[in-house]
Design a protein around this ligand. Structure first.
Ligand code: NAD
Length: 665
């Protein structure tokens, strides 16, 4: 059977043979055995509803084994035999080009080159699922192949509920992932619902088919490091020869040295796991690998003297570097940390003065002792950072719960009011006020022809558009414009494309609309093939997350999720090709509501009007909310937008004098 025939058949009419998992596969962790006997029966009853009765006996035994062995029913037997990768758009069987573009993006998210645990349909983050099982995948691809532009597919946490009649301007797919009644949103609820087969964790871009590999994280980290330096450098100074000290060379944290090189500083990243450090070195993500502290000191001094741009991985504990640099009086300009402190007791953070191997034994055999060591290490870690910041180092929390866990460990990390931390997070201090409040966020696109030439052409188009906009940009956003022009100029050189021909940059509403419109015109002129637009959920409007995306909201509304919900509804009737809304993502189940979209550009007039209408709202909804929260930068941005858009009328806050409030209580 050809690829097209297999897609069209959906769930095969003959029961496929039992499959064994490939030996070398990177398997998802075994999940908690959390279901009662009755709930296990329910999970199997639920799984079997995808299949004809004549297969139930055989499949029930197999699914019971999967539940026992993995804690989930993945239905691995139904994984198709064809290779999964983003084939060019014309290779999908489809009645709707929009639907074909969604098929391409699903294939990308499950491509073994891209996905973390492809066998378990997980794209990234250990649990970021595209589907819960292979039956859902087969049915969804079949629905997409058959749908017309007068139908919409509803997807409930990976399950394709069905095609409903709609109209050509409606989204082709509406995705919800992990949406539960708020009181049932603790982590064990997720374990249970997911094991029963009724809910899934879609992370951010996994369950919304918009993941583009490590490029997104490198770009975001670059923007963060560049702007961190900007906060402390004098006019005319560059980051060259100045130190960015951090920890972690793992999944996301491994982007730090590459981002540091692009930002143009000396990056020193400590990593206790030699395998993780060596992997990043061999991949070319870090320039130098050093395992001796004395050697590190010598090399860093040379780099400082020569104003170098270089990245160094130190195999060892971050606390040792902070303390030794303090002794040697090596000035750290920017400091942060990306150890996995969201999971401090199970290997997310390794304590100083205990070897990596010894720690791993303690985690398994003496977890209480390990916990004490982690807490003692965090107290030392914070104390040493405090010594540096007294000398002028700028330290920020990288959304990894460093300050939170250090405070729980009793470290000297609280501000004078004993409510806030001494240091701010990267969103509070950098991305929020310098990017999101002005509307700058992670706009991305994918060339559906799969051709590198198309991506090169779109890079050039985007660069020219940004250069043109920058000529008339106000002072406040000139730097953001310049950063992204520099990024896009070098994007190809940085070789970040994995899977689909994708690109990311930060742009505001004007930039996103003008770039998209220029793409649409190039498609109409036959210069490039169709393009899919999208964005990360870590953005201006799509995500309500009180400790990350909306951590710089100070009017008490950061625990509300109206913005994310308004956003997904608003995008859906303004022209998105698909929309998604998720519980969880990034910071964990129950901790965030985040949404995204995809938009197919085919060069048509309709595509032009959709992109103008939807991209405008997708950014300005969040700016309006940030402005109402009294964020100065957002007030500036939304007022400027209203001047340019007579139809836009946003409620602007009046700012009360502090003295009036002080006199009250
Ligand atoms: N990069 C971003 O934009 C971003 C944004 C938000 C949050 N985060 C957070 O950053 C953290 C890291 O993410 P990840 O995917 O890289 O996790 P990861 O677990 O893959 O990597 C963390 C690394 O830190 C190392 N490590 C732990 N303790 C150490 C110590 N004391 N000294 C030196 N190295 C140590 C570990 O060996 C591991 O390799 C997470 O908590 C994540 O939520 C990152």
């Amino acid at each position: 059977m050809t690829f097209k025939e297999q897609i069209l058949q959906g769930i095969p009419s003959n029961l496929p043979k039992h499959k064994s998992y490939p030996k070398d596969a990177n398997r998802a962790p075994k999940r908690k055995d959390i279901l009662s006997i009755e709930e296990k029966q329910l999970a199997i009853r639920n799984a079997l509803r995808y299949f004809p009765n004549k297969w139930h006996k055989e499949l029930s035994i197999e699914f019971a084994h999967e539940l026992q062995d993995f804690g989930r029913i993945y239905m691995y037997r139904f994984k198709p035999d064809y290779d999964i990768y983003p084939r060019p758009i014309q290779e999908y069987p489809a009645k709707s080009h929009q639907a074909a573009s969604i098929m391409l993006m699903i294939q990308n998210n499950l491509d073994p080159k891209v996905a973390q645990h492809p066998e378990e349909l997980i794209t990234y983050g250990g649990n970021g699922a595209v589907f819960q099982n292979w039956a859902q995948y087969l049915l969804t691809m079949q629905y997409l192949a058959n749908m017309t532009n007068e139908q919409t597919l509803n997807m409930y946490s990976g399950h394709p509920m069905g095609l409903f009649p709609s109209h050509k301007d409606a989204p082709r797919v509406v995705v919800t992932n992990g949406m539960v009644i708020p009181n049932y949103s603790n982590p064990d609820d997720w374990e249970k619902f997911n094991a029963i087969g009724v809910s899934q964790y879609g992370q951010m871009t996994a369950g919304s088919f918009m993941y583009i590999g490590p490029q997104g994280i490198v770009h975001g980290t670059t923007i963060t490091v560049m702007n961190a330096f900007r906060k402390i450098l004098k006019k005319g100074e560059t980051p060259a020869g100045k130190i960015f000290l951090t920890a972690g060379l793992g999944g996301m944290s491994g982007a730090q040295p590459k981002a540091g090189n692009i930002a143009g500083c000396i990056t020193i990243a400590a990593e206790v796991n030699p395998k993780a450090a060596t992997k990043r070195y061999e991949q070319g993500w870090v320039d130098i690998l050093i395992d001796s502290m004395d050697e590190l000191i010598t090399r860093v001094k040379i780099a400082q003297k020569n104003n170098e741009v270089v990245s160094i991985a130190y195999i060892g504990n971050i606390v040792d570097i902070w303390e030794r640099f303090d002794k040697e009086d090596i000035f750290v300009h920017v400091g942060s940390d990306q150890t996995s402190l969201h999971i401090p007791w199970t290997g997310g953070y390794y304590p100083v003065d205990t070897s990596y191997e010894e720690s791993n034994i303690l985690i398994a055999e003496q977890p209480e002792l390990f916990k004490e060591k982690v807490q003692a290490s965090l107290r030392r870690h914070a104390a040493s950072i405090n010594n540096h910041t007294t000398k002028g180092t700028y330290f920020f929390d990288y959304g990894n719960a460093f300050l939170l866990e250090a405070s729980r460990a009793g470290a000297d990390i609280m501000a004078k009011n004993n409510i806030d931390f001494k240091y701010k997070s990267y969103v509070q201090d950098i991305l929020g006020p310098m990017c999101f409040d002005y509307g700058f966020g992670p706009f991305r696109w994918v060339c559906t022809s799969g051709k590198t030439e198309d991506l090169d052409k779109t890079d050039m188009i985007a660069m020219h558009v940004l250069q043109e906009i920058m000529e008339n940009s106000p002072e406040e956003i000139q730097l953001q414009m310049q950063d992204n022009i520099t990024w896009i100029k070098n994007a190809k050189k940085n070789k970040m494309v994995v899977g689909s021909q994708a690109r990311i940059l930060y742009a505001d509403a004007e930039g996103r609309i003008k770039i998209a419109n220029a793409f649409n015109k190039a498609i109409a002129a036959g210069k490039i093939g169709p393009v899919v637009l999208g964005r990360d959920h870590h953005d201006v409007s799509g995500t309500d997350s009180p400790y990350r995306e909306t951590s710089n909201i100070y009017d008490g509304s950061k625990f509300t999720a109206d913005m994310a919900i308004q956003n997904v509804i608003g995008d859906s009737f303004r022209g998105a090709t698909w929309v998604s809304i998720h519980n969880g993502g990034g910071v964990g189940w129950g901790e965030v509501i985040n949404g995204g979209f995809g938009m197919f550009l085919d060069g048509s007039q309709e595509a032009e009007s959709r992109l103008k209408n939807m991209l405008f709202y997708d950014v300005n909804n969040g700016i309006a909310r940030r402005s109402w929260a009294r964020n100065d930068e957002a007030i500036f941005a939304i007022k400027r937008q209203m001047e340019r858009t007579p139809n836009l009328k946003v409620t602007i806050p009046n700012i009360v004098e502090d003295d009036i409030l002080k006199s009250l209580f």
